[in-house]
Design a protein around this ligand. Structure first.
Ligand SMILES: Nc1nc2c(ncn2[C@@H]2O[C@H](COP(=O)(O)OP(=O)(O)OP(=O)(O)O)[C@@H](O)[C@H]2O)c(=O)[nH]1
Ligand SMILES: [Mg+2]
Length: 291
């Protein structure tokens, strides 16, 4: 039996979290087309007959910015680089040009002295002509990395050879089974945080460009009622009344839509009926409090 830890790293939006979810077969880390959807490292357990792997999904590293949020998120990824891991999976997205952001991530990856795997994601887009193909700009990396895989995280293409190689690089199991640490696949977040993440995902998916950046979601209460319904009280926090208005929408339609979409997913995840009491609040200091 093999056992080990694998760090997922790459710039924002390359598909790290999508890969993890589709590998594990359930949502452990939220995804969206917006950068830094992942805001802190998520540890999740994958297991099959060959052994078990803790994957550490990290927030995509943004170019150095002035603002507190992305700076703090970047810090979390940099801290995760210090984790004791066995393999590093460096993911790139050839539908986008290589740029300074990518160069920075590569610089960090180069400093890690562990077995490394280069993964070129989104083949369903750039190999088919559906999106630009900048793979030529990533060619030199294929020479630098001894292990290179082409996958589609979204379409679940070519996962098998990649996982086979990861297992080859992992050590034999030494300690207790990871599974015994926690019965759920997500290892480092509690139920409230997980539900808050699902709500935040819906905000990211349903709102325009600027909103995700100014918002977060907090769950204050989860209570299983006698009738079997799970009651959840949650808030979306934003730093400005203007955004609050946009999140609520005309006659409360937007928040209703976000709430209903989130509720359905929580019901799917728990297999129970959910009542979601969702409010929007303005809190100009949420970034300082929660990040
Ligand atoms: N077509 C296609 N889309 C993909 C693929 N992988 C990811 N995506 C999309 O790319 C977007 C970003 O995916 P995420 O998984 O959130 O990316 P990430 O690397 O975790 O991003 P951060 O958390 O911001 O660092 C989402 O809209 C995904 O649906 C893929 O293989 N093919
Ligand atoms: Mg992510």
């Amino acid at each position: 039996m093999k056992q080990g830890k694998v760090l997922l790293i790459g710039r924002p939006n390359v598909g790290k979290s999508t890969f993890l979810n589709n590998l594990i077969g359930q949502k452990v880390s939220i995804t969206s087309p917006k950068p830094q959807t992942t805001r802190f490292p998520i540890k999740a357990l994958y297991q099959d007959e060959r052994g078990e792997i803790i994957f550490i999904d990290t927030p995509g590293l943004m170019r150095k910015t002035e603002d507190l949020l992305s700076e703090n998120i970047n810090k979390k990824t940099l801290q995760a680089l210090n984790e004791e891991v066995d393999v590093v999976l460096y993911m790139v997205d050839p539908t986008r040009k290589r740029d300074f952001e990518e160069a920075r991530v590569l610089g960090l990856v180069r400093q890690i002295e562990k077995p490394k795997i280069l993964v070129l994601n989104k083949i369903d887009l750039w190999q088919t002509g559906k999106k630009n193909d900048y793979s030529a700009q990533y060619k030199f990396l294929e020479e630098e990395f001894s292990d290179v895989f082409y996958i589609s995280a979204l379409k679940k293409l070519h996962f098998k050879p990649l996982i086979k190689r990861i297992f080859e690089l992992l050590p034999e199991k030494k300690g207790e089974k990871f599974e015994n640490l926690n019965p759920y696949p997500v290892l480092n977040i509690d139920a409230k945080t997980f539900v808050a993440e699902l709500i935040r995902e819906k905000v990211f998916l349903m709102m325009g460009e600027e909103i995700p950046y100014t918002t977060t979601a907090i769950v204050d209460e989860i209570d299983e009622r006698k009738n079997g319904v799970i009651y959840i009280k949650a808030r979306i926090l934003t730093n400005n009344d203007r955004y609050k208005k946009m999140l609520i929408g005309k006659e409360g339609r937007k928040i209703k839509e976000i709430g209903s979409y989130a509720r359905k997913e929580i019901e799917l995840a728990t297999g129970k009926k959910v009542y979601l009491d969702l409010q929007v609040e303005t809190d100009p200091h949420w970034m300082e409090v929660y990040f």
